[in-house]
Write a new protein. Structure first.
Lengths: 115, 113
């Protein structure tokens, strides 16, 4: 079955540091890949996505590249801000004929950015 | 454009009871999915509703059931509550079955004692 593995947190960084959160996946077929972010007390929000190999998703300074050869979708940001403190979830979606598309999530990585 | 709203925000029940959680989808969205997020875990897919019919189900027992109404709002019902049902329950809406951009509500925190 489908699965997503993320690096364990928490990740603690100083403001303006470089961020990498690792994500690898196992899936049949050709999944779409996503990063969602969950701020305290809020629901999940889509951060970025990529639908095929070598696609790069980007948003708000974050980016991730769909690497089929390494089954990875690592999240990166060049310079984090305190406001980026949140829990980040890697996820995949595999649409099968006759069944619903659904997201398989990783366990989440908490990011804490300090001044 | 209104977002996804869920009610109640918090709920405490005892083992064996039944619970109903509610979700109003984002305007224009006809598909609702429900997820269970245990503490420290990622959300797990429960089921999806499209045009008032269940359209896909995750690995959850039949005591988890749902409804979707003509206005596309939805309910999640859980019978015979168990301690392990304690979790954050998230509702997400999307445009159509194949819609991969989900809009999530803030969730209902259920505690089973």
């Amino acid at each position: 079955g489908n699965s997503v593995t993320q690096m364990e947190g928490p990740v603690t960084l100083s403001e303006e540091a470089f961020l990498t959160i690792n994500c690898t996946y196992t899936a049949t077929g050709y999944p779409s890949l996503f990063w969602y972010v969950q701020y305290p007390g809020e629901g999940l929000q889509l951060l970025l996505k990529a639908t095929k190999a070598d696609d790069k998703g980007s948003n708000k300074g974050f980016e991730a590249t769909y690497r089929k050869e390494t089954t990875s979708f690592h999240l990166e940001k060049g310079s984090v801000q305190v406001s980026d403190s949140a829990v980040y979830f890697c996820a995949l979606s595999s649409l099968n004929t006759g069944t619903a598309s659904k997201l398989t999530f990783g366990t989440g990585t908490r990011l804490q950015v300090t001044l | 454009e209104t977002g996804v709203t869920q009610s109640p925000t918090h709920l405490i029940k005892t083992r064996g009871q039944q619970v109903t959680l509610r979700c109003s989808s984002q305007s224009g969205h006809n598909t609702v999915s429900w997820y269970q997020q245990a503490l420290g875990q990622g959300p797990q897919f429960i089921f999806q509703y499209y045009r008032e019919e269940e359209n896909g189900r995750g690995n959850f027992p039949p005591r988890f059931s749902g409804l979707q109404f003509p206005n596309y709002s939805s309910e999640l019902n859980v019978n015979a509550l168990e301690l392990d049902d304690s979790a954050l329950y998230l509702c997400a809406s999307s445009e159509g079955v194949g819609g991969e951009k989900l809009f999530f509500g803030s969730g209902t925190q259920l505690s089973v004692l």
